[in-house]
Design a protein around this ligand. Structure first.
Ligand code: ZN
Length: 395
């Protein structure tokens, strides 16, 4: 066997054993050998290496199936750390996670409409802080950013809000911090966060996560993997035209995109117009922001209720198209728009059932995400871990 191949087999087996320990809370060497089909000697050698590196430890004795009680092994979840960054919020959100996705440190950096080079400086400020915490060693940095991203090159092709074009973000950060950097679209990251850490999601082969905040995007999980499409830009559902005639101009330049009728940005614009023509809908003299819309909605103001629930109808139609195309059963909704709660979700669900072929709609479940604002940072760091040599070779 050539040296290179031997080395590759060794790395593959090592990643396979580690992954098996990660997916089981505690497991014996014999059980690992059974699952991975490696010999007991190979497993024992790899486990010794992993223990020497502090990644795995012995946590007690399991029940015996005859003979001695087996020693159980477990992942040392704080043996390595990952940084996750979410650039799609009004303020940049960053966190340090352990190997089980538990947040150990979190911080925010106000963006205050900074864009271009200034927005990049805001990233440096937040990362300068995150790489210096006591949670060491750090394996790398995973970033969820708005806009179109070339993930394999780590380049933000275009992000309108941040005024970035062809920004080699991964290269810039790798040079500055000497850590591996993984960059992906924020909605794709949110999907990975929900899928990896949401309860009951991992048993699904396929799942769609729709992330609706200032913009709208989707992440498609197909066959347990993130599906990025031929160009890497899958899930840009926010720019599917849903009002073909007389629609509002979208920030992408087209008219009547889903974002112009179902995003929080659209809602804010509609609320401002509503307030101009209807005095008293919103309290006089107060700023109309998302929180104000939510408050008036919950008070049951009929015009605001209609305005908000119309976004749910548009979302429902968009979901019907996705279900009709992909026949995926689980649809998860995340982002600020989900803060309108059950009344909003009910309208989405009704619209979906009324507009989808009943054979397809019957098995479909539309539900809210579980990770809240952390879905993007969790997903970005999960993708980084998945692509790190520690785990990658097991695939
Ligand atoms: Zn658009």
């Amino acid at each position: 066997m050539e040296k290179a191949t031997r080395q590759h087999t060794k790395e593959h087996n090592r990643a396979l054993v580690l992954r098996t320990i990660v997916t089981n809370n505690s497991i014996s060497r014999a059980e690992i050998a059974r699952i991975t089909r490696l010999t007991r000697t190979t497993v024992s050698d790899i486990v010794s290496d992993l223990m020497a590196e502090g990644l795995v430890n012995e946590v007690g004795l399991g029940t015996s199936l005859g003979g001695k009680n087996p020693i159980l092994l477990s992942l040392v979840e704080d043996a390595r750390f990952l940084i996750g960054l979410d650039l799609a919020q009004r303020e940049f959100l960053g966190a340090v996670f352990n190997l089980r996705g538990k947040i150990r440190f979190m911080t925010r950096q106000p963006v205050n409409n900074r864009s271009g080079k200034e927005a990049l400086d805001a990233i440096y400020e937040i990362l300068d802080c995150l790489v210096k915490t006591s949670y060491q060693p750090i394996m790398g940095i995973g970033i969820g950013t708005p806009g179109l991203v070339n993930t394999s090159e780590g380049v933000v092709v275009t992000a309108v809000n941040l005024d970035w074009q062809n920004l080699p973000l991964a290269n810039l950060l790798e040079e500055r911090y000497h850590l591996p950097v993984y960059v992906l679209n924020d909605s794709q990251a949110a999907a990975m966060g929900e899928y990896n850490y949401g309860e009951g999601h991992q048993s699904e082969d396929n799942m769609i996560v729709i992330n609706a905040r200032q913009g709208i995007g989707a992440g498609l999980i197909i066959g347990h993997q993130l599906f990025q499409g031929d160009g890497g830009f899958s899930g840009e559902i926010g720019h599917i035209v849903v009002v073909p005639q007389g629609g509002q101009r979208c920030r992408c330049g087209k008219f009547g995109c889903l974002e112009t009728v179902a995003s929080t940005r659209a809602l804010l614009q509609q609320a401002t117009e509503l307030a101009v023509h209807n005095k008293g809908v919103f309290p006089e003299g107060e700023e109309i922001d998302f929180a104000a819309i939510l408050r008036v909605f919950e008070q049951g103001e009929p015009r605001v209720q209609k305005m908000v629930l119309d976004t749910a109808r548009h979302m429902g139609f968009a979901i019907s198209s996705l279900i009709g195309t992909l026949n995926i059963h689980k649809i998860v909704l995340t982002g600020d728009i989900t803060r309108f709660g059950k009344p909003w979700l009910d309208v989405v669900q009704d619209t979906v059932s009324q507009n989808t072929l009943s054979m397809l709609a019957g098995n479909t479940r539309v539900e809210f995400g579980q990770m809240g604002e952390n879905s993007v940072i969790l997903g970005a760091s999960a993708m980084l871990a998945d692509n790190s040599p520690l785990f990658f070779d097991a695939r």
